[in-house]
Write a protein that binds this ligand. Structure first.
Ligand code: FAD
Length: 416
């Protein structure tokens, strides 16, 4: 006999949104979560007493972001993130001149136009190939790094331009004072009903009329199952499927590698602002190639830390080198931006753990060239009783984001 109608694997944004939708529809469901907390890649910790999001940081495309609606309905104040994000631009160690800024934005428009146009043609190619004709522009390497590695956590040589184009984020970005992870725990998790923490799903048997999900705490039966774990977990065989997933779904998983974005919080005790206004330092360099680069965000929503971001192949290299190497890299990059004397005042440095954690194995997905359709394939229900959800299967232009995870979770709930 079924213990419940739907088993949901994973209490990240997708799993919680699916559970909330099912409960609204009067269905019974149970959420199985391997870790001891809800939120998944939305995770707020305290650094020097201030909130720091190890994962999701901004509510992108805020006007169609369900988490914004949820927060505002509950009376939470959200802050504009776009002004501060653009405030400071450093070029070769000095603040950008008006001419340099204009050159940068002209090149960024060329990049967007060229990539969207190339994405409309067949065959799909890598982002790096799509902009081959623009390489003479001295800003292009900087823009490529920003768009692929920093925003999409991807390697531009392996990143489908069609996937970039489909998920190019527009609209306003908002900050959540207190953190997105805390918001998810406060506002979304309570809508999800029963969450069984410390309960990893190890095997999903979907060969019969319903599904059986095995965990170290026993086996559950239901009419259907929604799987929201990261593609990194699926690719590593973190859950066994019986029967095995069809070739279509296995190919989709292979076509959607996990990118890596590593976040670092550098706490500055005593309220010293190091002479820096709140805002983001996007370090920009003229030239055809770039050395690895970290961008910094000073004093996000008034916190006494600097948030550093590094993505793509550099982030994977640093993850392999270890936490101390990442901390040293952050210090060295910050010294280049604001000088060694200021950096000497930095205290604790916290590094996000996404690469090594077996519950994630990366930050979020990007599609390989030719694989932009893999998100839709992975989201296709199997036998009406097994559905994958999560950021990877979002086809609404918000893949890789909490807004996309929410939509994918609600969609999966509708499908089962
Ligand atoms: C560094 C970083 C920065 C980001 N920045 C942003 C941003 O600014 N804005 C934005 O919108 N998005 C951002 N994202 C992306 C966003 O965090 C994710 O897209 C989203 O949180 C993914 O939610 P999900 O529910 O799809 O997956 P997850 O959050 O991964 O949820 C899956 C859950 O499954 C659990 N699990 C794993 N294996 C098992 C198992 N076998 N059994 C049971 N449970 C299991 C995990 O513990 C996890 O809780 C960022 C992500 C990272 C890592």
């Amino acid at each position: 006999m079924n213990e419940t109608d739907v088993i949901i694997i994973g209490a990240g944004v997708a799993g919680l949104a699916a559970a909330a939708a099912l409960r609204r529809a009067g269905r019974r469901c149970v959420v199985l979560e391997a870790s001891g907390r809800a939120g998944g890649r939305a995770w707020t910790v305290a650094v020097g007493g201030d909130a720091f999001d190890l994962g999701a940081t901004w509510l992108h495309d805020a006007d169609r972001n369900a988490l914004r609606t949820l927060a505002e309905a509950a009376g939470d104040a959200l802050l504009d993130a776009d002004g501060p994000r653009r405030r400071i631009m450093m070029v070769e160690g000095h603040p950008a001149t008006a001419a340099e800024e204009a050159g940068y934005w002209r090149a960024a428009e060329d990049f967007d136009r060229t990539c969207h146009a190339r994405a409309a043609e067949a065959p799909d190619v890598a982002l790096a190939e799509a902009i081959a004709g623009l390489r003479d522009d001295p800003w292009m390497a900087t823009i490529e790094t920003w768009e692929a590695a920093q925003i999409s956590a991807a390697d531009p040589r392996r990143f489908s331009v069609q996937d970039w184009s489909a998920n190019d984020l527009t609209g306003r970005n908002l900050w959540v004072p207190g953190g997105i992870g805390a918001l998810v725990q406060r506002r979304l998790a309570p809508l999800a009903g029963e969450i069984s923490f410390g309960t990893p799903a190890t095997r999903v048997d979907w060969g019969g009329a319903g599904v059986r999900v095995e965990t170290p705490r026993g086996t559950l039966r239901a009419a259907a199952c929604i799987v929201t774990v990261s593609v990194g977990v699926l690719a590593a065989g973190g859950i066994a499927f019986d029967p095995p997933l069809p070739a279509s779904h296995q190919a989709a998983i292979a076509g959607l590698p996990m990118g890596l974005l590593t976040k670092v919080a550098l706490h500055v005790p005593g309220g010293d602002m190091l002479g820096m206004e709140p805002g983001t330092v996007m370090r920009r360099r003229l030239g055809r190639s770039l050395e690895p680069v970290m961008s910094f965000h000073f004093w996000p929503h008034g916190a006494r830390h600097i948030a550093g971001f590094v993505g793509g192949p550099t982030a994977w290299d640093l993850a392999r080198a270890g936490e101390e190497a990442t901390q040293a890299f952050a210090r060295q990059q910050l010294e280049q931006a604001i000088g060694a004397e200021a950096v000497a005042k930095v205290g604790e440095i916290v590094v996000s753990p996404w690469a090594d954690d077996p519950l994630y194995r990366g930050a979020y997905t990007y599609a390989l060239p030719g694989q932009a359709g893999a998100r839709a394939v992975l989201g296709t229900p199997l036998g009406g009783r097994l559905v994958f959800a999560g950021e990877a299967v979002c086809t609404d232009g918000l893949a890789g984001t909490v807004g996309g995870s929410f939509l994918a979770g609600e969609r999966a709930a509708g499908l089962v």
